[in-house]
Design a protein around this ligand. Structure first.
Ligand code: AKG
Ligand code: FE2
Length: 324
């Protein structure tokens, strides 16, 4: 039953890799289906991403956030949604989860897919340059390398998700020709335990899937159908994966996009690095014909992913509100 959970399942996804035994793959797909229909969250084990890639980026994120404010402010978010978001500047007003009134207690560096200067779509909404500190070239290298590795993982997962929905393994591929990628390097200083104060206020994610690496501090919580907040503490060598709103919509409501939040009550700084793997901006997200053929009714209208995304971003980020 949707939202009926008191813990977040661990799914070993190694059998989704090419060459795995078909029986093992089928079993993994079943486990994934249960997790995403009931919980909307799963810990991914057996994902094949080296621990060093995760830890190296985390260390660089720590170094980035330790830079003087002036250096970070020089990289302030540009119109293309890339750059530094200072403490207390994003309030999730489109959250359907709760009335959110106090800004998030976090700062972050937002990195997206790179856009070559001569690309035909350069300069269009959300297609522009990333911003990295000049004297930390290793941060740029690590972030781009990490996005490449996690995109490959996202693509592998999309095969399992398609099968979990009764679709051919490659069903999602054409919609991810030029995927929309976000890597957010988050820093949550310790926060007070006060009502309505969050590192990240209750929300659902916009996109397809989120693949999150968190440090050892903890603080992420996921809401079940009874309104209880279930902790999602770090488990070494796993990622926390969750369904975003566009996947919930695409799956015609089968997979759930589950509310979650962060409170860092640990008395230590917390660092996390969510990666959002989303379709191409041009992709039209519509209920699969295969579902209609099976007698289902589409519960939402087709939407161009880029339009949907812009609308959500314009509402939620202070720096964009003037533009919308
Ligand atoms: O930092 C975390 O653990 C979660 C962050 C999150 O939910 C988000 O950025 O959407
Ligand atoms: Fe989230």
């Amino acid at each position: 039953m949707r939202g009926a959970f008191t813990n977040i399942p661990v799914v070993d996804v190694s059998a989704l890799a090419p060459g795995a035994a078909p029986e093992a793959r089928a079993e993994t797909v079943d486990t994934l289906r249960d997790a995403l229909e009931r919980v909307g969250f799963a810990y991914l084990a057996g994902h094949g991403i080296p621990r060093a890639a995760v830890e190296n980026l985390r260390e660089l994120s720590r170094r980035f956030h330790a830079l003087p404010d002036a250096e970070k402010m020089a990289l302030k978010m540009n119109d293309f949604h890339r750059g530094y978001m200072p403490f207390s500047t994003s309030t999730i007003v489109t959250s359907t989860v709760d009335k959110v009134t106090r800004p998030n207690q976090s700062e972050s560096l937002m990195v997206m897919h790179e856009v070559p200067e001569d690309a035909p779509y350069a300069g269009e909404p959300l297609h522009g340059p990333n911003q990295f500190p000049e004297d930390m070239p290793e941060l740029r290298d690590a972030a781009l390398d990490y996005m490449e590795r996690l995109s490959a993982l996202g693509e592998m997962l999309s095969g399992g998700l398609a099968e979990a929905l009764g679709l051919p393994k490659d069903w999602f591929l054409p919609y991810f020709d030029t995927p929309t990628l976000f890597l957010r390097l988050l820093h949550y200083p310790e926060q007070k335990d006060e009502e309505n104060l969050f590192g990240s206020a209750p929300h659902t994610d916009y996109g397809f899937v989120t693949i999150l690496a968190q440090d050892e501090v903890g603080g992420l919580e996921v809401r079940n159908k009874d309104g209880e907040w279930i902790p999602a503490p770090p488990i070494p060598d796993t990622f926390v994966m969750n369904v975003g709103d566009i996947l919930a919509r695409w799956s015609n409501g089968r997979f759930v996009s589950t509310p979650h939040r962060v409170r860092n009550l640990s008395k230590r700084d917390r660092y996390s690095q969510p990666f959002f793997y989303d379709p191409s901006m041009e992709a039209t997200v519509a209920c699969p014909e295969e579902f209609i053929a099976r007698g289902e009714t589409a519960y939402s209208k087709p939407v161009r992913y880029g339009d949907y995304l812009l609308e959500r971003l314009n509402k939620n980020y202070d720096y964009r509100k003037k533009a919308s």
